[in-house]
Design a protein around this ligand. Sequence first.
Ligand SMILES: [Zn+2]
Length: 540
Amino acid sequence: MSARPRRAIAPDAILVGGDILTLDAHDRRVEALAVLHGRIVALGTTREIRALAGPRTRRHDLGGATVVPGFNDAHCHVLSFGLTLLQVNLKAARRVADVTAAVAARARRTPDGAWVRGHGYDDNKLAELRHPTRADLDEAAPGHPVWLQHTSGHMGVASSLALARAGISRDTPDPEGGVIDRDPGGAPTGVLKETAQALLRAAIPPVPLEQAKAALAAAGARFVAEGLTSVQDARAGSLVPQELRAYQEATSDGRLPVRTSLLVDVEALPVVDGRVELGFGLTSGFGTDRLRLGGVKIFLDGSLIGRTAAMTAPFASDPHTSGFLLKPEAALRRQVDQVTGAGWQVCMHAIGDRAIDVAIAAVDGALGARARARRPRVEHCGVLRRDQIPAIRRRGMVVVTQPRFITELGDGFRRALGEARLRYCYPLKSLRGCRVAFSSDRPVVDGAPLGGIEAAVTQLTASGAPYVPREGIDVLEAIRWYTMGGAFAQFRETELGTLEVGKWADLCALAHDPRRVPPTEIARIPVVLTAVGGAVVHRA
Ligand SMILES: [Zn+2]
């Protein structure tokens, strides 16, 4: 770098004294960078960058920390996660009694007749290996309607009062694509699967705007503390009224300090002249650098641990079912046509290999040779068959996968599938050469990116069992998929995803180099600083 030109505009901020992994095409490492108007304007040694500073330049000493591009969670549920932060957290429940105790405790602090809501229980992790029932919940909170969401998000359990408010009785037929679980006598057990949940949710009073904004603020605080600078909400538009307004206001007042992109729920959008419309011809990419429309989300099937994913062969744990598509294949393919026809990027939730087959066929039908340019996304892309991987690669489809599932759900996957099919269940190394973006699906599992990166490298489940060790990838590759991967998945690779001149100064500083700690300690590395557009939004 040469001497500073006279009267050059001084940077707004400089960050110096770090070990900055730019993750550019040459994996360049530098000590310092300068920021002007939110973007990186120079990279170099601490001495070089210090020389650029003017009297009003903010200076941040990185203290030798390892800096990486800010993490980008390509598929999470931002508002839903924020709302769960305000609900009863049942992740740690290991017996049905833990669930009922937590519900009873919340009920005591809740006015009679008001809803008690919880989330995160997992029947696979309860000693009884069953869902709580409405009888359990009635005993815990007789005066309150109770609705507990399963950790998968694809099912939940309601108390009798909640069922009554929703008008669900033994006479209610199962809705299309859903199941009202029943006891041998035909009475609802309280467990509602897939679309049956909508019957219940309709009875819950809507979340007011201010509460939605408070939820976004709570989520935002967690994101930046974990090094996330971009998030992609995987189902916007169906959770609360005025949902986009909540995002808009929380973003503009700074309470949601990350860059957010919204994948709009296809079911929340009308079809006009054969195209899925949000109105005024709005489509993917509309918005600002802070808040924009992503793709349109279409659910092809359900969940793997809930055994509602659409498979070509029955589950090992339940030989009587191979899951199901949420609509007939022709209807799903028509939706993909309607979404892509309106210019949207299509984001297809597909977990079982049958659903993935449908996703591939739908892309061929809707996009043909234009598929690569339009970057159709497969959300989860869970239970792959070996033959599907080259098919996905050739079409340039983006695999939006969740490495943290290995940790939290891996033991359940093994039970659901058996050893042979586990081989290509959420594979990683086999996806080399494909377009891959890492994500968490939070609040389904913990969303801290370093936890996902650790899982991708170690391939260890929560029980300590090896998952599929040959699918482990190296740390830098995992970081790339958690940064550039997400940027590419949202067509933002020219402005996000690496630390290069001209890109947004979105970064996080880690107390230790994740390549130099034992792999089982990656998740515990403290995030010491996070910056979005060069502004420090978190400091430990
Ligand atoms: Zn999701």
